[in-house]
Structure formats: structure tokens, C-alpha cells
Design a protein around this ligand. Structure first.
Ligand SMILES: [Zn+2]
Length: 169
């Protein structure tokens, strides 16, 4: 299941490549002029994303894909990097091969000479799932290392306060 943040980034990435989003079951098209403003999403993009999420907008989907945003947020779907261009694409959880990446009809794509689209750093930090889990494991390793160090240097396992003052000396 793709998180709302993942789907939002998926839409943002493809806007940056020039794709549009269809809303109201394909009757209307949305394409913000700007996606990023300094180090965050533009207010225009945020407003567009809220419109996409709104139940009043009916089925919304990225140009060149069959999966609606609603489907991507259901347990049946994930958003994973495309094998060809590394852009986020819909992937069915069952492992069944789905339609082509939206990149198939983008000219000169993937283009190694151009910088890949990237999203604001601030929003990357909120990526759920894998990156959070990795950070958690990093922290655990750090804690384990510290505990190892403490056990090596003191015969009696110190209380937390003693560890704190010990490190400060
Ligand atoms: Zn691709």
C-alpha cells in the first residue's frame, strides 16, 4: 500500500517531467505551473494535491496510467521506482505486471545528461516506511555501539545519569 506521501511525491515527480493529472474521471486536466518553491512544494501544487484527494474530484489519475489515486492508496498497490528510469510508478502488490511506466511516451527519456527531477528536501524527510525503518536501525546500532563501549570501560554497568556525566568529562 502506498502512503499518501508516496502518492503525492509520485504525482509531483511526474508533473516535473511534464505530465498532467486527469480529474473528474478524465473530464478535466490539472497541471500546476510550479511544483516546487524554494525547498518545499509550491502552494499551487499543494492546492492541486488537495483537489486530487477531494472526493468531489471523482477518479483522478496521472496521464498515461490506468491507476486512480484512490487505487494507489488502497492495499492493492504500491509506488515503486521504475526499472528503466527510477521514477516512481504504480506496482500491483500481487506482483502481476502492470502497464508500462508513464515514461514510455516522454521524449528523450531517461536522459542521463539532464539532472533527474528531485523533490524538496524537507518533504523527503517525511518519507514513510523504508527510510524511517532504516533510520530506526541506524539508531539501534548506535545505541548498541555505545552500550558496548560502556561495558568495556566500566566493570559495573552504570546508571543512565552516570553515563551522561561520564561522556561529558
Ligand atoms: Zn520509467
Amino acid at each position: 500500500m502506498a502512503s499518501q506521501q508516496q502518492v503525492k511525491q509520485y504525482i509531483a515527480y511526474w508533473f516535473l517531467v511534464g505530465k498532467t493529472v486527469y480529474i473528474n474521471n478524465g473530464q478535466q486536466v490539472r497541471k500546476p505551473q510550479s511544483v516546487i518553491q524554494q525547498d518545499q512544494f509550491s502552494s499551487e501544487f499543494e492546492a492541486c494535491w488537495q483537489e486530487i484527494l477531494s472526493p468531489e474530484s471523482g477518479h483522478c489519475y496521472l496521464q498515461g496510467t490506468d491507476q486512480t489515486v484512490e487505487e494507489l492508496l488502497s492495499p492493492d498497490w504500491d509506488v515503486e521506482p521504475c526499472a528503466r528510469c527510477e521514477m516512481p510508478i504504480p506496482l500491483k502488490n500481487s506482483g502481476v505486471k502492470t502497464g508500462a511506466c508513464p515514461c514510455v511516451d516522454v521524449e528523450n527519456w531517461p536522459n542521463d545528461e539532464l539532472p533527474k527531477p528531485h523533490l524538496p528536501v524537507n518533504n523527503q524527510q517525511h518519507l514513510g516506511g523504508i527510510s524511517n525503518r532504516l533510520q530506526g536501525e541506524d539508531n539501534l546500532d548506535e545505541i548498541r555501539n555505545r552500550l558496548d563501549g560502556i561495558e568495556k570501560h566500566s566493570p559495573d554497568f552504570p546508571k543512565t545519569s552516570e553515563v551522561y556525566y561520564g561522556n561529558r568529562k
